[in-house]
Write a protein that binds this ligand. Sequence first.
Ligand code: G3I
Length: 342
Amino acid sequence: MIQRPIQRGLLLVGTFISLTVFLSCAPRTMRSVVDSRGFLFGVAVRPGDLLDPKDSKLLKDNFNILVAENIMKLQYLRPTATFWNWSDVDNLVRFAEENRMKLRGHTFVWHNQNPPFINNLSDKEAALKVLTETITEVLTRYKGKFYEYDVCNEVIDDNGVLRNSIWMRTIGPEYIDIAFKTARQADPSVKLILNDYNNEYAGTVKGDAFYNLVKGMVDRGVPIDGVGFQLHMLAELPVNKEALQANIKRFRDLGLTVSFTEVDVRIKLPVTPEKEAAQQAVYEDLLRIAREENISCFVLWGYTDAYSWIPGTFAGYGSAHPFDQNKQPKKLYGSLRKILEK
Ligand code: G3I
């Protein structure tokens, strides 16, 4: 039946009103909250997270930046001198593009999770070739795809000196500058980051050693754009806000950005309401400071206790993430959301 113009008009108006009512009643996702604040809120993922429909929906509903928890480490990405394992990384890049998410790269230069052919390097020339070739190959393939990249990770040890890694032993301390220069040459657009743990507080042995290393790089004109504070925290240790903010300020003063790259807050088991409250306070302080200081990005090292790295590394600790074993949001999740909604 042919509708008269007035009927068609009424139908259109009715549809528009129902759609508006539906959309305004639909709960806003965390993703829409962080997008509307222009805040980069992310998480470390495993390949399976992108394939499982429920997990991938959770990622899409909550986060706008992702990092690979393991697959971009050289043990997996370049297990032999001639074999490159691109497929999982290609999937991650595609997933991020399809869902308008940014990506952090993690990591080229590390003392851990290297393949045997790297661990067995003994000659400076050969090590330099592997280092520069790896960085160039990856950043050429993914040119323009990554927002930030942890060019080097954990180069300072717990005593505040350059770590005795395979790169240090074969090439010497200049391996760090060389890695950053090579990365800049391969992809001028990606932000180049030096990432570490226990580097978040000014006035600590490691925090100050990390700062001095970075200041030296800036003074030498090495192309570093920012620093990463991993922030693997303990619920029982409140955040030292003054030392964290003083540290952020001094990196800013060098012209660098600061990213919170691997945030988690572990609880000494068993979990009690008091310990959860302490954990929530640590997460909240970090997130508030991240927002106040306009941090480059705030990335969780895992979203669910179901896949957490914590119990395997810190015996007797757990419950470190905002979603529980069943991937249900904890009270903590609601409190983080409130801070992000402000
Ligand atoms: O791939 C093997 C698998 O084949 C085997 O069956 C399984 C059995 O244990 O192990 C698998 O490898 C594990 C790997 O994660 C992938 O799941 C390793 O044992 C395990 O040691 C490794 O742990 C990773 C750890 O880095 C290695 O140091 C964690 O998942 C990862 O979360 C963690 O991430 C680091 C950051 O890169 C740097 N900052 C610290 C952070 C936490 O340690």
